[in-house]
Design a protein around this ligand. Structure first.
Ligand code: NAP
Ligand code: MG
Length: 507
C-alpha cells in the first residue's frame, strides 16, 4: 500500500521518514517518543506507519499535566466548553474524507464502515447540547422530614478530576470521542489510550482539538501497548475515573487493580437473536445477516448467535441464504462497493477459523464461507451449531452467522440467559405481547424488537450486565458516570428562615 501522507493541517502530528512516524499528544504538544511500534494494515499486511510507544516518563508527564491543568476546563464556562466542542465538530466535518481515508487503512474497514464511524462521531458531538442538560442538579426542600426542617439542599454535579479513557480497535475514533466529549463537557481533563492497532485517526482528532484552542493539558492522547501503558495508568492514584471499552478479560483486570477509582466498563458480548415462529422471516434473516456481518462481525453489539425453533429452521436458512450477498467482501481499497473488509489482523482471522472448525467438528454444517486468506475471513454461515461448540458461547468477533436450533422459545430464553455475557440481544416476532415477555426475561443491558442491535450514536443508553460490564454509555448517561454528586446543605434556621416543625400531628 502507498505510504500514508497527511495534508499540511496535520503536519505536526508526525514526521515523514522512511515511514510516517507519529507522535503522542502530551501537555498540549506533539511529543516524539523514544520508541515506536509498527502499524500493519490488515488490508495487505503492509507496514503503513510507526506509532509512538510511550515510556513511563511520558506517562508521568501526561498524568502530571492532566492533573495540573484540570482546573482550566473546570473553570471554563459551560457555554464556552459547548461552543468549543461545536467548533471541533465542524472541523472534523471539514477533514472528514481525510480522516475516513486514514481510518480505512489502519483498521481495514470498508469505506461505508469507516465513514459511518466518523458520521456517528460527528453526530455524537452534535448531541453535546443534549448531554449538557444532564449536568444539572436539584433543589430539595428539607421540611418534608422532621430531621431537616429549616434546611434546604442543592444537589449539584461536579467533575471528577482526571478521566482515563481506554478504547478498543473496532471503533477507535467513536469510542474515544464518546469518552473525551462527556469528560470535557462536564469539566474533567482526559487522558486517552486508543487501541494500538488503529490509533491514527484519533490522533488527527486530537490535533483538531489543539487547533481549535482546547486549553493545553486538558486532553492527552498517548499510544503504546495496553499491557504496559494501560496497566501503568490504571494503577495511578491521580486518575479519578477509568472509562474502559474493550474485552471482558482486560475489563476484569482493570476492576481488580483500579482500587477505589470510579470505573465504567463496556465489555464483550454474545448478542443473541431469538426468532419466533410467527416472525417476519424475511426481515429476521436480513437483520441477522446485517447484525452478524456489519464491520465483519467485529462489534460488541453484533448478532453473535441466532436461536431458531427447529420447526422453521429450514425456512429460515433459505431466507438467510437469500441475503448472504448483501455484503460485498473484499479489499476496501477496491472501490466503495466493497462493504466488508478484512478483520483487524491475521491472528484474529486464525482465531475465528479455530472456532468455525471446532463447530464443524462437533456437528455444525458450514453452509457458506469458512475460509480465510491472511486477515480476510469469508462471510460464513454455520447451521445447526451444537451448544457444545465454542462459537455457540464465546464472542465471535468475526463475520459468522451462527445458527442454533431450539425446541421452543422457553429453551431459547434459557440458553440466552445461561450466557456469562449480558450485553445485547434481539427478538423477532409479530406478537408484541410475547415479544415483551421475552424482552423482560432476558438478562441483558439492551434488547431490540424486530431489528439487529445497533447502538449507533448511543442516543439510547447502552451498556451491559454480567460479564459485559457495568455502567451506561450514552448521550447524557456518560455524563452521569463522569461526575460526582455533591450535596450542599443550607441551615436556614441559623437566621430564623425555613419552615418550623410543630410535631402536633405526630403518631
Ligand atoms: P482489548 O484487547 O481489551 O483492548 C481494549 C483496549 O485496552 C486497547 O486500547 C488495549 O490496548 C487496552 N489494554 C490492553 N491490555 C490492557 C491492560 N492490561 N490495561 C489497560 N489497558 C489495556 O479489546 P479489543 O480487542 O481492542 O476490542 C474488542 C473487544 O471490545 C471486544 O470484546 C468487544 O466486545 C469489546 N467492545 C465492547 C463495547 C461495548 O460498548 N460494550 C464496544 C466496543 C468493543 P492495546 O490495543 O495496546 O492492546
Ligand atoms: Mg485485543
Amino acid at each position: 500500500m502507498e505510504k500514508l501522507k497527511l495534508s499540511d493541517y496535520f503536519s505536526e502530528i508526525y514526521e515523514l521518514n522512511e515511514y510516517p512516524r507519529f507522535k503522542v499528544f502530551i501537555d498540549g504538544k506533539w511529543v516524539k517518543t523514544k520508541d515506536t511500534f509498527d502499524l500493519i494494515s490488515s488490508i495487505d499486511e503492509s507496514k503503513i506507519a510507526e506509532v509512538g510507544a510511550v515510556s513511563k516518563e511520558d506517562l508521568d508527564l501526561a498524568v502530571n499535566s492532566a492533573d495540573a491543568n484540570k482546573h482550566k476546563i473546570r473553570d471554563m464556562s459551560a457555554i464556552d466548553r459547548l461552543e468549543l466542542i461545536n467548533q471541533v465538530r465542524k472541523e472534523i466535518e471539514n477533514h472528514r474524507e481525510e480522516i475516513v481515508n486514514v481510518l480505512m487503512r489502519e483498521s481495514g474497514k470498508a469505506y461505508d464502515s469507516a465513514n459511518g464511524e466518523i458520521n456517528a462521531t460527528i453526530e455524537r458531538l452534535r448531541l453535546s447540547m443534549e448531554d449538557s442538560r444532564k449536568i444539572m442538579g436539584e433543589y430539595i426542600p428539607g421540611d418534608w422530614s422532621s430531621d431537616t426542617t429549616r434546611k434546604m439542599a442543592l444537589v449539584i454535579r461536579e467533575p471528577l478530576g482526571v478521566v482515563l479513557g481506554i478504547s478498543p480497535f473496532n471503533y477507535p475514533v467513536y469510542t474515544s470521542m464518546a469518552k473525551i466529549l462527556p469528560a470535557l463537557l462536564s469539566g474533567n481533563s482526559v487522558i486517552i489510550k486508543p487501541p494500538s492497532s488503529d490509533p491514527l485517526a484519533l490522533l488527527m482528532c486530537a490535533e483538531i482539538f489543539r487547533k481549535i484552542g482546547l486549553p493545553a493539558g486538558t486532553l492527552q492522547v498517548i499510544t503504546g501497548s495496553g499491557s504496559v501503558a494501560g496497566d501503568y495508568l490504571i494503577e495511578n492514584n491521580r486518575i479519578n475515573m477509568i472509562s474502559f471499552t474493550g474485552s471482558t478479560t482486560v475489563g476484569k483486570h482493570i476492576s481488580e487493580v483500579a482500587g477505589l477509582k470510579k470505573i465504567h466498563l463496556e465489555l464483550g458480548g454474545k448478542g443473541t437473536a431469538i426468532i419466533l415462529e410467527d416472525a417476519d422471516l424475511d426481515l429476521a434473516a436480513k437483520e441477522c445477516v446485517k447484525g452478524s456481518f456489519e464491520l465483519a462481525g467485529q462489534r460488541c453489539d453484533a448478532i453473535s448467535r441466532v436461536l431458531v425453533p427447529e420447526q422453521i429452521a429450514d425456512k429460515f436458512y433459505k431466507k438467510i441464504e437469500e441475503h448472504l450477498n448483501d455484503y460485498k467482501f473484499g479489499n476496501p481499497l477496491d472501490g466503495n462497493k466493497i462493504n466488508m473488509g478484512p478483520v483487524i489482523n491475521k491472528k484474529a482471522a486464525e482465531r475465528i477459523d479455530l472456532m468455525v472448525k471446532d463447530a464443524v467438528k462437533k456437528g455444525a454444517k458450514c453452509a457458506a464461507g469458512g475460509k480465510f486468506n491472511n486477515s480476510y475471513y469469508e462471510p460464513t454461515l454455520l447451521e445447526d451449531v451444537p451448544l457444545t461448540a465454542e462459537i455457540a458461547n464465546e464472542e465471535t468477533f468475526g463475520p459468522v452467522i451462527t445458527v442454533i436450533k431450539v425446541k421452543d422459545v422457553d429453551e431459547a430464553i434459557k440458553i440466552a440467559n445461561e450466557s456469562k455475557y449480558g450485553l445485547d440481544s434481539a427478538v423477532f416476532t409479530n406478537d408484541f405481547y410475547n415479544g415483551w415477555r421475552i424482552m423482560k426475561a432476558l438478562q441483558v443491558g439492551n434488547v431490540t424488537l424486530n431489528g439487529a442491535p445497533s447502538h449507533g450514536t448511543a442516543y439510547f443508553p447502552f451498556g451491559g450486565v454480567k460479564d459485559s460490564g457495568a455502567g451506561k454509555e450514552g448521550v447524557g448517561y456518560s455524563i452521569e458516570e463522569m461526575t460526582n454528586i455533591k450535596t450542599i446543605i443550607f441551615n436556614l434556621g441559623a437566621k430564623n428562615l425555613g419552615k418550623q416543625y410543630s410535631g402536633q400531628f405526630k403518631d
